[in-house]
Ligand binder design. Structure first.
Ligand code: NAD
Length: 266
């Protein structure tokens, strides 16, 4: 698919990987609906080629409203890039120390912490896909052999999540597992579905990781021996959009890293 002249929707567009994708697509001549939670970073993207849409990806009716606004703006989109996500680390229980220093009772983690990762990362991804695909199947985006492209963001944590990442890893494994069945389901409409599984990239999500864990994650990348750059993610997204044979695949973008449990901080 040629990107110039297309309309795209990018979620998680105000920051990190999503923001790099917005810039790359606009640079190639696309119009982009930039969807993220409300805030100045999102509003700052407004321009001739960019429509900011303030919305929670996990909210069904709100996303329906956002897609209506997109239709009013450009008649629909043929490219969807899902980048909205949260790390939401959570151990399954906590054990507070008692006043005398002995281990206290274990308190199970509230379910709301698991639900947050699943809601945003997995349900949020499916939410935008259902609205995008239904609109395309109704012909609002156009037709032709390459009618639409969906790029989802999984993670290497889909396979190798670290401790306290059970919810995050499960949500990303869900995104990876959706890829093939969605590609099969949407093939007859000419819509391709591909997921990217990044390693460690230099964005807001990574900034929340403790410093000693960050240092180990970088040490563990065989080559190149550094964090990924958001522009490198965006370049792969551009290639996926343009390359019709890429479909139903989960592509690692990780410098050959295989995550291992961080050593304890000293
Ligand atoms: N940076 C990494 O190392 C890395 C590695 C693997 C996967 N990922 C995934 O890449 C994606 C992008 O993350 P990033 O690294 O750019 O982080 P980021 O924090 O810079 O960007 C994430 C964006 O998603 C938005 N967002 C969060 N919850 C939302 C919601 N409910 N509705 C709408 N928008 C929401 C945030 O506001 C933010 O702008 C995420 O899915 C993340 O899990 C990142």
């Amino acid at each position: 698919m040629e990107i110039a002249g297309q309309t795209a929707i990018v979620t998680g567009a105000a920051s990190g990987l999503g923001l790099a994708v917005v810039r790359a697509l606009v640079g190639q001549g696309a119009h982009v609906a930039a969807l993220d939670l409300p805030g100045p970073a999102l509003q700052g993207l407004a321009g001739d080629s960019v429509l900011p849409l303030a919305c929670n990806v996990a909210d069904g009716p709100a996303m329906e409203g956002a897609f209506r606004a997109l239709t009013d703006w450009r008649g629909g989109a043929r490219i969807l890039v899902n980048c909205a996500g949260v790390l939401a680390p959570a151990r399954v229980f906590r054990r507070a120390r008692s006043a005398d220093g002995s281990p206290g009772r274990a308190t199970p983690r509230p379910l709301s912490d698991l639900r947050r990762a699943i809601d945003v990362n997995l349900t949020g991804t499916f939410n935008s896909i259902r609205l995008f695909a239904a609109a395309l199947a109704d012909g609002s985006g156009g037709d032709g052999p390459d009618c639409g492209v969906i790029v989802n963001t999984a993670s290497v944590a889909a396979h190798e999540a670290l401790s306290a990442q059970a919810g995050y890893g499960a949500s990303k494994a869900g995104v990876a597992a959706m890829t093939l069945p969605l590609a099969r389901e949407l093939a007859r409409f000419g819509i391709r579905v591909v997921a990217v599984a990044p390693g460690s990239f230099d964005t807001g999500v990574f900034a929340d990781v403790p410093a000693h864990t960050q240092a180990q994650l970088i040490r563990d990348v065989p080559f190149p021996h550094r964090l990924g750059r958001p522009e490198e993610f965006a370049r792969l997204v551009v290639e996926i959009i343009g390359n019709q044979m890429l479909n139903g695949a989960v592509l690692r973008l990780d410098g050959a890293v295989r995550m291992r449990e961080p050593e304890a901080a000293t």
